[in-house]
Ligand binder design. Sequence first.
Ligand SMILES: [Zn+2]
Length: 274
Amino acid sequence: MQPTNIHIKDRWPADDAARQQYSLRKFGSQFCDLDVDFYNTQQPRLATQIVSSCLLHHDQPIAESEVCTWSLKKRLQALLAVTTKTRDEEMLLQVRCPQNRCGEEVELALGLNRFKQDTEDEQFTFNIGNRMITARLPNGIDQQQWMQSQTQSTTDLAKRLIMRVGDAQPRAEWQFPEEWLPVFSKVLEQQDELMTMQISSNCPACDAALEIAVDLEAQLLSILSHTQRNLLREVHRIALVYHWSEREIVELGASRRSFYLQQLSQLAEGALLQ
Ligand SMILES: [Zn+2]
């Protein structure tokens, strides 16, 4: 029997044909993970920061500036890989049934693996009339531009993504035709359906149909934020008794922390029995 190759499991993307593979580390396994400020950092920056620090190339974190050049689709898949490596669990969606007389609080558990997608194709083509257009998926730099510039119109933003019209690269003065926008945004949605994901389900109390818009990136960041909170709680409980520094406690690693926490629980139980 072949031994299981652990390295393959720890690589992202797992696909052997991937152009570039990274090794993954768990979020919360290094002291720097406590510096991630989930409450005062914009979502795209958080995703970039965590991906660049938890995906390793030759054992080194990747530069944030490199992650910014990745498509948002690839960044989301990388964040998904880090999250499943960190906590292989389900994501819980909470929603209130919209039926007036019901209002049931519904909790849906979704396995994270169902959101895994291929990220190799960054370019795609579509037709407008008899012209074939080649475009690319938006990346982190595009996203920064959109967030910063109120002056750019939607057509200016769309123009950034167009690589070729027919066989030719568009000239600098070329304007993205406004009438192309509906088709273009539909094609973009199809290329990256997780960006505008809707989950359909039924209310367990009244059976009404539920349509839930899911921001997968926000959900993953929320799971990682819980991981950080739990780690801080462990640091707190150990520091209270042993007086070790934050860094020393994080660097103990999860299994040794759990050993000390177990000792502390046993001590507490012993004290209660006396
Ligand atoms: Zn209901």
